[in-house]
Design a binder for this molecule. Structure first.
Ligand SMILES: [Zn+2]
Length: 84
């Protein structure tokens, strides 16, 4: 499926994987009109934005290919963030 892009958006990459027992697809785009041009969004609704392309690949990859340790760490990070 081709992602819907705004006029200012450029397709950067798509990552196929799974998490939480379901398939997940992350689409990364670049839009220079955004404060952080690089953004990826997952079919699960998660999204992250980055000032450079460097942050996109490892995080999108890890999001679609989580290890048990990653799940534990993201759970811990969520708790830590909401606690502040
Ligand atoms: Zn996801």
């Amino acid at each position: 499926m081709k992602p819907q892009l705004e006029d200012t958006e450029f397709w950067v990459g798509t990552f196929h994987g799974s998490h939480d027992g379901t398939t997940a697809t992350v689409t990364a785009t670049r839009d220079d009109t955004r404060p952080e041009p690089y953004v990826w969004t997952c079919t699960c609704g998660a999204s992250r934005s980055f000032p450079t392309e460097h942050g996109v690949w490892p995080t999108a990859w890890r999001h679609t290919h989580p290890t048990r340790f990653d799940r534990l760490r993201s759970w811990a990070a969520r708790r830590f963030r909401t606690a502040r």
